[in-house]
Design a binder for this molecule. Sequence first.
Ligand code: GLU
Length: 465
Amino acid sequence: MSVTVRFAPSPTGTLHIGGGRTALFNYYFAKHHGGKYLLRIEDTDRERSTPEAVDAIINGLAWLGVVADEPPVFQLQRIARHTEIAHELVKRGQAYYCYMTGEEIETERNTAESEGQIWHYDRRWRDYDPTLPPPRNVPPAIRIKAPLGDGMVAVDDAVKGRVELAFDQMDDFILLRADGTPTYMLAVVVDDHDMGISHIIRGNEHFVNAFRQNVIHLAMGWTPPVYAHVPLIHGEDGKKLSKRTGAASIEEYRDLGYLPEAMRNYLLRLGWSHGDEEIIDDGKAIELFTLEGIGKSPSQWDFQKLNFINHHYMKLRDNNELYELMKPFLQERYGDIWPDVKERLLKGFNGLKERSQTLIQLADNARFYVQFPLPMDDGAREKLAQPHATNVLQAALEIAPLFGTEEWDGKTILTAIQEQTGFKMGQVGPVLRAALTGTMQSPDLTELITALGADEFKKRLDMVR
Ligand code: GLU
């Protein structure tokens, strides 16, 4: 099977997560079949399309890692071709000039509505011979000759199966407006055909368009593509997706500290499945992605699952890379980062990663490695106010200078302090944790003493003694 697919966003806002998921499904499907994944920017709505939105889409896709195999196609640049096909359809007797003006439609529609009726175009110009001179001196629109009689238009949909619509449900819709601009319906079909699109994977909101689009394909003698209309995404509350319940642009998720590979895995699983497997990386997704795996009912946004997946991929990332990714979050929180912070932080990174599900949490949890003087929370202050705290700190400060940088190791230090004071770990640990991190929510003490190093250890104990 030869596969070419496309993601065809309208550049009217940001790249929404639903769009990101559509792009991703197309991408994995193409890669699974060794086919092509293309990007088409549907910018024919000149009032709503903006260059900023084009950038947001391209940047959002780049961040997500869903990059097209060819430069994007801009629909607006293809108007001449859309127009050509509209006229070609007239020549073939599959479409016709309609001389009804906008005002006439408006008037008739208002009359129908005032009588409680819905206005339908009555196909009055359908049989006017196009080789005759124009009957009226008005610019005509071009309308499709939708098939008449008892038949059905079929849409082959990989999610819904084959769905048919009776001819009498179809209207002679407009292909080219009287002002010469092609309609969305025409532009999509012509572009899909010219780009060699074999499969259309897109949001379910476009399902109703597929019948009309197939009528155009067939009128031109083209083979309609196979469709896969993907059910919607609902918010965490089961209702329409809203900002609070999961809706946001792809770039907002970057700013919330999610990794692109985690977003891909999460979005893939949102509406597509392979058994109950949650962790599916790119390699596996490309191996497994077929249209059969797309679910039939809407999926629900789930931050807990997203966090779980993100945590998984954070642990897999190389620490240096992860540090670079979290750096903007560190700077946002703590301002300039001293060069020695990185080294210290990398030593204690595994403990921090274990406790963090996003880069933001990682940056928050890293606070005690970065900030000085160290802010103390109430829990830490309480521990330091205990009667035996002074003894612990005193002993720690006496012991620290006995170990050089080379021999510095959390486990050794802790054992030595216990031996010197005769206190157990349960008494020593909390005091040191409070003094060294300013909070009781911090990673393994052994690891963090090692990571802080001798100088920083002494400096911090001196501050609270
Ligand atoms: N441009 C349409 C949209 O952004 C998509 C059209 C299509 O995929 O066929 O919703």
